[in-house]
Design a protein around this ligand. Structure first.
Ligand SMILES: NC(=O)c1ccc[n+]([C@@H]2O[C@H](COP(=O)([O-])OP(=O)(O)OC[C@H]3O[C@@H](n4cnc5c(N)ncnc54)[C@H](O)[C@@H]3O)[C@@H](O)[C@H]2O)c1
Length: 281
């Protein structure tokens, strides 16, 4: 278990997607270095389990239901969080993910696919899942920031968005997710500029490939073996493996700490084993 020599006492942090693999781990590590954490998720039961674990280990955590697709739900949640925490000065926008319904069957369109009823081609991607995935990964960040940065505009704050490798170059099969993550990186820059004069820093983290609930089925088959897509990913990752969740923590803590990164705003840090740097040749 790594120990981080950093002190985030005084940081009250709201984290969306906090019941998930990456942001659950973020919440646990942030609490260990003195931050108080509000865990927001549509899966309240799971968020509560993470909060219970943090509290049992001497940290301060509360779990809340929030649907990041709904401004009304986020506003209601914000009121409850403020009642418990007093203020929030750091927001981590981590809820997101893809869904098979917004995924094409094939990497490349082949002649005749449009007529083949057994193939879900680009033309058969249904409207509703496309919009949902785009909104879940992009619009949700804008809405959550509207709801939660309100209290930061007077006394400063910090927003950290979770982007993806798809922001650099889109992965095959997942057009809505890719476009949305690209929008997340773009919005991170826009928001950093917009809030620069009121002391709110805005940055992002673009994880490479880490095994989470949403992508487990893409990365491993039913027998727990690497899928052909996983082999491709690993052969395009110069460090030659998937990331371990704790390898995101150093970057996270650096961006959270104003002493370490106080002059850093408007960037998205790839933590990817070199994936975004490698051309494949
Ligand atoms: N795992 C990876 O390799 C990887 C790589 C790049 C980016 N990411 C991004 O990191 C973030 C976390 O990914 P993860 O792997 O931990 O995924 P995860 O599926 O484990 O966690 C996602 C969480 O978001 C929550 N969520 C879904 N819809 C919601 C909604 N409408 N309102 C509130 N919460 C909702 C889920 O309940 C879940 O707890 C996502 O934004 C994902 O796109 C992950």
């Amino acid at each position: 278990m790594k120990r981080y020599n950093i002190n985030l006492e005084g940081k009250n942090i709201a984290i969306t997607g906090a019941a998930g693999a990456i942001c659950g781990q973020f919440a646990i590590e942030l609490a260990k270095v003195g931050a108080k954490v509000a865990l927001l998720d549509i899966n309240l039961e799971k968020a509560q389990e993470v909060a219970d674990q943090i509290n049992a280990n001497g940290g301060f955590a509360r779990a809340y239901y929030a649907n990041v697709l709904s401004r009304e739900s986020l506003d209601e949640c914000y009121e409850k969080v403020i009642a418990d925490f007093g203020y929030i000065n750091l927001l981590i926008n981590g809820a997101g993910g893809n869904h098979p319904s917004a995924t094409t069957d094939k990497e490349y369109y082949e002649k005749g696919d449009i007529l083949d009823e057994t193939v879900k081609s680009f033309f058969e991607l249904p409207d509703a899942p496309i919009r949902k995935i785009f909104d879940l990964n992009f619009t949700s960040i804008l809405l959550t920031t509207q709801a939660f940065a309100k209290g930061m505009v007077e006394s400063g704050g910090n927003v950290i968005n979770i982007s993806s490798m798809n922001a650099y170059r889109p992965l095959t099969k997942i057009p809505a997710y890719s476009a949305a993550k690209s929008a997340v990186s773009n919005f991170t820059q826009w928001l950093a500029v917009h809030f620069a004069g009121v002391g709110i820093r805005v940055n992002g983290i673009a994880p490479g490939f880490f095994v989470g609930n949403q992508n487990r089925g893409l990365l491993y088959n039913d027998k727990g073996e690497l899928t052909p897509r996983s082999h491709k990913i690993i052969s395009h990752t110069p460090l030659g493996r998937f990331g371990e969740l704790d390898e995101l923590i150093g970057t996270l803590l650096w961006l959270c700490d104003d002493e370490f990164s106080g002059f850093v705003t408007g960037i998205v840090v790839p933590v990817d084993g070199g994936f975004s740097a490698y051309s494949g040749v």
